[in-house]
Design a protein around this ligand. Structure first.
Ligand SMILES: Cc1cc2nc3c(=O)[nH]c(=O)nc-3n(C[C@H](O)[C@H](O)[C@H](O)COP(=O)(O)OP(=O)(O)OC[C@H]3O[C@@H](n4cnc5c(N)ncnc54)[C@H](O)[C@@H]3O)c2cc1C
Length: 486
């Protein structure tokens, strides 16, 4: 039986109901009228993106008010320092959708896959399909493809051994692991690895928990970035300031030296060494608890567990081997972000009707900021002629993990300056994800003044650095190639 294709139209179609899509929606709702209709499409069954099916013990790494869509405040009544749980984050996503629905009509197509679009005469025709074979086409003057980080759950790591239990935190609960006393090996030393180790160690300080940490990950110090109480008036370093310091040490060629400086000045890390930074945040107390609780840390790359004559043996990329206890848990915490993505799409389509928020044409360091600012640019018709840079962040990560944070922060610095000259100040003041507003107004004003005085000079430096990265890494990094119309 062939299923017919339904056709419908809307004023805006957004693909992706994660943080990026919800930021695009919140911003677009400020430009659309009550009678206009937005279609929100996601293959998942509700709003929230990766938070729908990530591991249950995850916590926000920044204070919760700064994780939001547009400038929608949280309403759950927590202290501002609270690091929200997964269910609290999901409740906030629901709240954001409710708030936007008071401004504009939003219909959802949850459980639907975006299959592509064509564009002609300033209109996009979007194809979506459901798991049961139904298809729809949607015609719209604007499509925002906000797949963003497009995080998908990790499978367990494949291991040859039959004597260990290889699991993924997305599909097992730490409670299940906590209920028996077998040793645990956390594979990966990024945010997921640290969350997993911390959850296990704090639940049972005597538990044998070890980690395979690769070359090690360091985190931005939460204590330094979000000082508590009155200390906000005189101590701590706002994220924009530490980011600017980081970039002032980097010229596109000296990443090892600049990375060491940044880590030693603003970083915390619980492992012996750490050279990778993926914009994660951790407190000194968490770092100490993890360092004290880990039985063993292998600064190496995990390859397999095989069954030897004396029991299971873990093997590493360096060629090292070590025995592990039969029954051990092997938890795949090898990371989710910037691993892969769909094919390249320019951030703005040639016809000007499709905005793409994804990592092959990244315009800022985080998808929340990208969606927030780029949607404002789209609705104010400022995108087509803005000399923004786009970058293939997936390719850069594959070529150098150490360079990645420098590259994407440099991109952000460049593009923020370009957008600052094209958007009203209110857009910047109302950006709910801007963690600098943790600080009192006087310190924020000082930061704004510094930005005003420096941003053109910093933009020129950033452009030179980005051009250097393009040449060094044969990277897509520069202005849009094709002309655009609108
Ligand atoms: C373990 C982990 C912890 C993190 N913790 C934090 C944190 O504490 N704070 C923070 O700020 N950031 C954190 N991040 C980064 C985080 O990924 C972002 O903050 C944010 O939630 C990502 O939102 P997103 O919309 O870009 O991507 P996603 O959350 O991946 O959402 C994208 C959505 O698009 C949908 N989609 C994609 N392609 C299609 C398609 N073809 N058809 C239909 N639907 C599609 C997906 O189903 C998904 O729902 C964390 C990331 C990870 C992996």
């Amino acid at each position: 039986m062939s299923l017919s294709t339904e056709t419908e139209s809307c004023d805006l179609c957004i693909v992706g109901a994660g943080l990026a899509g919800m930021n695009a929606l919140a911003v677009a709702s400020e430009y659309l009228g009550r009678g206009q209709r937005v279609l929100l499409v996601d293959r998942r069954l509700r709003v929230g993106g990766m938070w729908v099916d990530t591991y249950p013990y995850v916590r926000l790494h920044q204070p919760h008010p700064w994780f939001t869509a547009g400038d929608i405040p949280w309403t759950q009544g927590h202290d501002r320092r609270h690091l929200a749980t997964r269910s609290e984050v999901l409740d906030h996503f629901t709240h954001c959708l409710d708030v936007v629905r008071q401004r504009v009509t939003v219909d959802t197509l949850f459980g639907w896959e975006f299959d592509g679009f064509t564009e002609s005469d300033g209109m996009a025709t979007v194809r979506v399909s459901a798991a049961d074979g139904r298809t729809r086409t949607i015609t719209t003057p604007r499509l925002i493809n906000a797949a963003g980080f497009a995080v998908t759950p990790n499978d367990p790591l494949p291991v040859q051994s039959h004597q260990v239990r290889s699991v993924s935190p997305n599909f097992c609960d730490v409670d299940e692991i906590a209920s028996d006393g077998a040793p645990v090996w956390v594979i990966g030393g990024g945010k997921t690895g640290m969350d997993t180790a911390h959850a296990l160690i704090t639940a049972d300080p005597h538990r044998e928990v070890s980690m395979v940490a690769g070359s090690g990950t360091y985190f931005l110090s939460r204590d330094e970035t979000f000082p508590r109480g009155r200390r906000r008036w005189w101590s701590g370093t706002p994220a924009s300031v530490s980011g600017a310091h980081m970039l002032s040490h980097f010229d596109g060629t000296n990443e090892d030296e600049a990375n060491r400086w940044f880590r030693d000045t603003y970083g915390v890390w619980p492992t012996q060494g750490a050279d990778t930074y993926v914009l994660g945040i951790m407190s000194a107390a968490e770092s100490r608890a993890i360092a004290a609780g880990l039985r063993e840390v292998a600064m190496d790359r995990f390859t397999d567990v095989v069954d030897g004559p004396d029991g299971p043996v873990m093997t590493f990329a360096s060629g090292q081997r070590r025995t592990v206890a039969p029954g051990s848990w092997i938890i795949n915490c090898t990371g989710y972000v910037l691993r892969d993505a769909g094919p390249y799409q320019p951030y703005l389509s040639p016809g000007g009707s499709v905005l793409s928020i994804q990592l092959r044409s990244a315009t800022m360091h985080l998808t929340s900021f990208m969606a927030y600012f780029m949607t404002h640019m789209l609705y104010r018709d400022r995108l087509a002629d803005a000399p923004l840079y786009e970058m293939d962040a997936i390719d850069l990560r594959a070529k150098s993990k150490v360079i990645l944070p420098f590259g994407i922060l440099c991109l952000s610095q460049h593009n923020l300056s370009v957008m600052f000259e094209r958007l009203p100040n209110a857009v910047f003041l109302r950006c709910g994800s801007n963690v600098d507003s943790w600080y009192p107004l006087t310190r924020q004003l000082r930061g704004s003044l510094t930005f005003l005085l420096r941003h053109r000079r910093d933009r020129d430096n950033a452009r030179r650095t980005l051009d250097t990265l393009r040449e060094r890494f044969d990277l897509r990094c520069g202005p849009l190639a094709a002309p655009h119309v609108r």
